[in-house]
Design a protein around this ligand. Structure first.
Ligand code: FE
Length: 333
């Protein structure tokens, strides 16, 4: 009798282990950034992590098409605008987790708990120190001032990073002031908008223009390759009062609405937000840990500290459609 009971218990434990042994992730974050992380998780917990990588658009379309039959438990992507969109389309479900609330500051996660930031990217100013003194720079709005005429380079408005930046400006200043600002930027452009952050910085380094707006990890990557380029980081909106600071965004994740391993997906999410994983997650892309208890990589810390804008990153999603229309009206291509 006793023996049978033990056997049944052992069997149940095995079944439990079998169903708990896997989490499936759809990731718009590149394989080289996530694989080391998932390998470490599997080593620590024995839980296998399977993943599919693609751009966020196709992954969201796939989640939608698969509906309740999806194998995906966790959706991972960059930019709060994309995470917000996934939630808006009903692809995610709320997660009540004390660990996530403790590890991730409120402004870096969905107020409805459907997604959570896991790394922070700062979209800041990069200038040519041969042509600009840092004292001449001030803020995103100052880049609209006539003193920057033919001195500004920007990445295209088609990129979600700039849509999120402008969405945040709308949230902060209202639509009219934000539009005047973006019109001012366009009037100051020295060249047509660039297809990516790196090309915009290369134009600054080459003297085509004096300042641009980029995510810091692109600066880190470029300077690693070409350390002698005349480029430097400036943290805008630091001196002003109120709800300002450097525009930050996140990469992050949420549990899918039809997750088959939802509890295990939450555990993986919690682990990703923990001190154990945060450096692994952020450092590999020269980003900032989302968990404020974790210090950035020394190479990233060397760029100096800054006050981030504490507006909830979900605003980037909520105001994205408005931002796209505003940039169109302003002639920002
Ligand atoms: Fe990027």
């Amino acid at each position: 009798m006793m023996k049978t009971a033990l056997l049944v218990l052992a069997l149940l434990a095995q079944i439990g282990a079998a169903s708990a042994a896997e989490v499936v992730v759809y990731s718009a974050r590149n394989e080289q950034l996530i694989k080391p992380l998932f390998d470490a998780y599997t080593r620590q917990t024995g839980v296998a992590v399977k993943f599919v990588t693609d751009k966020e658009g196709p992954l969201m379309a796939r989640l939608k098409a698969e509906g309740r039959n999806t194998p995906a438990d966790l959706f991972m992507t960059v930019d709060a605008g994309n995470l917000w969109q996934a939630a808006e389309e009903g692809l995610l479900k709320p997660v009540e987790s004390k660990a996530m609330k403790a590890n991730i500051p409120a402004h870096l996660r969905d107020p409805g708990n459907e997604w959570f930031g896991l790394s922070v990217r700062a979209r800041t100013l990069v200038y040519n120190p041969n042509r600009v003194k840092p004292g001449e720079l001030a803020s995103y709005e100052d880049l609209a001032s006539p003193k920057w005429k033919k001195r500004l380079c920007l990445r295209t408005s088609k990129k979600v990073y700039n849509q999120s930046l402008v969405a945040t400006l709308i949230g902060e200043y209202g639509e009219d002031k934000a539009e005047a600002m973006v019109k001012g930027w366009v009037a100051n452009l020295a060249a047509e908008p660039f297809p990516d952050d790196t090309k915009a910085m290369e134009a600054v380094a080459a003297g085509l223009c004096d300042v641009t707006v980029v995510n810091t990890y692109y600066y880190g990557r470029l300077m690693e390759k070409k350390p002698n380029l005349p480029l430097a980081i400036f943290w805008p909106n630091q001196a002003l009062k109120g709800n300002t600071g450097v525009h930050v965004n996140v990469s992050g994740a949420g549990v899918t609405r039809h997750a088959k391993h939802a509890a295990d997906a939450v555990k993986l999410l919690e682990w990703l937000s923990s001190d154990k994983a945060q450096n692994l997650y952020a450092d590999v892309n020269m980003e900032y840990p989302a968990n404020p208890k974790v210090k950035p990589d020394p190479a990233v810390a060397a760029w100096g500290s800054f006050k981030p804008n504490l507006i909830n990153v979900a605003e980037a999603g909520r105001l994205q459609a408005k931002a796209v229309m505003l940039m169109d009206r302003a002639g920002y291509k």
